[in-house]
Design a protein around this ligand. Structure first.
Ligand SMILES: Nc1ncnc2c1ncn2[C@@H]1O[C@H](COP(=O)(O)OP(=O)(O)OP(=O)(O)O)[C@@H](O)[C@H]1O
Length: 652
């Protein structure tokens, strides 16, 4: 510690602290300049040495590398300069030990990028460039791998794209012909049919089987050839998935073998359960079953909520002195109502269920969040007091092992049907299928693969269907519909809109216009009204039925000549089912879709992706529509009035 401060004289130029720092700064500038000069000199020396070395080794190569370097674009040199600057900046802020490592990495990176740039410019000089890359590293004087390879260097290999692999049953399905007319199979050619059923078929004017029936009926019958209680030879039968076009006769493909199989049953128990998405479809399937069980003693019961719950309970089970007895052999149901009965109807059980038919299976998979399959499976394998040790008592099959297959039990076979069955294994997995077999008319041979690969996401349409699109705008849509009905005199037209309100408004408009027998079909109507409307349409009393997608699936109305998509469907599956209401059972049919300009491209892409044929263009000239304009405007005013009244009525 200094006790005294001694002021010293330091000369004129450094007598103030400001002057001192100025001098110091100048000195530093001087030193920096000297270092810069020295560095440039060193670099020039290094370059010279490298040049001489290279020209001595491979003269031609050195020339090429040099000229490439000179031809480097200003953009690239700028880029490299920036990189250098960046590197310097980083080096200033990093500890010294990192510097060495990073320098090497930077050099390696830069030389690699440089080489790649050169390669891009002169691809034919690839080999020479790799040599020049080595030289650049060597001349910089850092570590050099004696083997000639840079540490951490690697060759870039293009990765092979992993192709999705479908399970064998999906990739190699049993093929079903699409063309019905050309591939009819006489009933007598299908082996194993019971004479009773042959008679029934003939009585119903079925002389030949459609292709899907000729394939699927024998497959189901085969699994029951040793009786329905046990699978063939005691083995659990394969589940069956069927994907065939709309109107190709899928209903008979499961009705015939199920009825034949249950002809042998002694005690009435629920042995077959058909689950469908809508009441109307359930009614339709129930009707087909009733036709074929007539005179056999088998009982078909439908539970869809059309009757009251107690009434349905009465039709399902009967209380006896010794307990409950089933009144149904075959049950046709919608999923929600089925679960209600499983949970609430005393004496109702599915312990003897042999066939679970899931019709419109893709739609039913969508409704899996309702857990209906879980409840059904639980009810099937529920152990009843006193029956667990009985012969043929059932327990839910787990993994297939020698021990598990030793246990004899009535199998539960799942049969899936749809015109648009998903081939997404993840979705199908939810159904817990056992060694499934797929029957499909949707397939395509892949270019090189000798085997068939299923065409994921594509669907097939009926052979007799001709599809058109009509370019239009929002104002011309109703006029075009009127033109089809009044000028072209189309009858039995099924017209689809995208909502029940749109259906209702269009119905009121056409009704207000007059001269057309029109009705609407949507959830606005009660089940009774819906049934009546469908009947009238089937009987030919209606020229036009305007509907939501409530009639788009499965509904089989005889004689629908034309389907019009007034509103373009948003999904391909909806399109397939809507247009499938015509051209059924091998007949011809027309489908028109009204498309706004903005919808066209998306729509064409959607159809192309699904493998559907290109739509034909149907132009409607504006002169043809003019005649309807005055009456149409009157009908519009009337429509506004009716809608106002309806709203007022709703509010009151
Ligand atoms: N072998 C046959 N001979 C004559 N007509 C048949 C035969 N099989 C089915 N049909 C008739 O073909 C029509 C269509 O059958 P079905 O309703 O079973 O078709 P689908 O394939 O289930 O159609 P969707 O996919 O639309 O539900 C029905 O009217 C049915 O009576």
């Amino acid at each position: 510690m200094s006790l005294f401060v001694i002021n010293r004289y330091l000369g004129d130029e450094v007598d103030s602290s400001a002057d001192r720092s100025k001098v110091l700064l100048e000195k530093l500038h001087q030193q920096a300049k000297e270092r810069q000069l020295q560095l440039t000199k060193e670099q020039q020396d290094v370059k010279k040495t490298a040049k001489t070395k290279r020209s001595a080794e491979v003269k031609t190569h050195a020339d090429t590398a040099h000229s490439d370097n000179e031809e480097e674009t200003p953009r690239k040199s700028k880029k490299r300069k920036k990189r250098q600057d960046d590197g310097e900046k980083v080096a200033l802020s990093r500890p010294a030990e990192c510097e060495e490592k990073e320098q090497y990495v930077d050099q390696e990176k830069e030389s690699k990028e440089w080489t790649e740039d050169l390669k891009a410019e002169n691809p034919e000089e690839k080999n020479e460039d790799s040599q020049s890359q080595e030289n650049v590293v060597k001349t910089n004087g850092d570590s050099v791998n004696p083997s000639g390879l840079l540490l951490g260097d690697f060759e870039t290999k293009s990765l092979q794209k992993v192709q999705p692999v479908l399970p064998h049953w999906l990739s190699q399905p049993n093929l079903v012909q699409r063309d019905i007319k050309q591939n009819l199979v006489p009933i007598e050619d299908v082996p194993g049919l019971h004479s009773k059923l042959v008679k029934k078929l003939e009585a119903n004017k079925v002389k030949s089987f459609f292709p899907v029936q000729a394939e699927v009926i024998p497959a189901i019958l085969e699994s029951t050839c040793h009786g329905f209680l046990l699978g063939r030879g005691g083995y659990r039968p394969s589940d069956i998935c069927v994907s065939a076009p709309t109107g190709s006769g899928k209903t008979l493909a499961f009705v015939v073998p199920i009825v034949q199989c249950l002809l042998q049953r002694v005690v009435c128990e629920v042995r077959a359960l058909v689950v469908l998405p809508t009441k109307e479809l359930a009614q339709q399937v129930c009707k087909v079953f009733n036709t074929y069980v007539d005179g056999t003693g088998l009982k078909v019961v439908m539970i869809t909520g059309q009757k009251s719950f107690p009434k349905e309970q009465e039709s399902l089970v009967q209380r006896m002195a010794y307990g409950f007895c089933s009144l149904a052999d075959i049950l046709v149901s919608t999923p929600g109502r089925l679960v209600d009965h499983i949970q609430q109807t005393e004496g109702f059980n599915l312990r003897h269920l042999r066939f679970l038919v899931i019709d419109e299976a893709d739609k039913m998979i969508d409704s899996m969040n309702q857990d209906w399959l879980y409840h059904v499976t639980k009810a099937v394998f529920q152990t009843h007091i006193g029956t667990s040790k009985m012969l043929f008592s059932r327990k839910e099959p787990g993994i297939l092992t020698a021990a598990s297959s030793f246990h004899c039990q009535t199998p539960l076979q799942k049969l899936l049907f749809s015109a648009t069955l998903t081939q997404n294994p993840e979705k199908l997995q939810q159904l817990g299928l056992y060694q499934p077999r797929l029957f499909t008319s949707t397939y395509k041979a892949s270019g090189t693969d000798p085997h068939y690969t299923s065409n994921n996401g594509s669907y097939s349409l009926p052979e007799g269907l001709t599809q058109y699109y009509i370019p239009c705008n929002m104002n011309s849509k109703p006029l075009i519909l009127l033109h089809f009905l009044l000028s072209l005199r189309f009858t039995r037209v099924l017209c689809f809109t995208n909502s029940k309100d749109a259906s209702h408004r269009l119905f009121l408009l056409i009704k207000g216009f007059g001269d057309i027998n029109v009705a609407e079909f949507s959830s606005r109507l009660s089940p009774g009204e819906r049934k009546k409307t469908l009947k009238e349409f089937e009987q030919g009393k209606l020229q036009l039925l305007i509907s939501t997608d409530a009639t788009s699936r499965g509904i089989d109305i005889d004689g629908v000549k034309c389907v019009i998509n007034y509103d373009a469907p948003q999904f391909i599956r909806t399109y397939i089912h809507r247009v499938g209401r015509t051209a059924r059972a091998g007949t011809a049919g027309l489908a028109f879709t009204m498309l706004l300009k903005v919808q066209e491209q998306r729509y064409f892409n959607m159809l192309r992706d699904a493998g559907a044929p290109e739509l034909k263009k149907q132009l409607v000239k504006s002169e043809n529509l003019k005649q309807y304009v005055p009456r149409y405007e009157e009908a519009l005013i009337q429509l506004q009035r009716v809608i106002k009244d309806e709203r007022a009525q709703k509010r009151s």
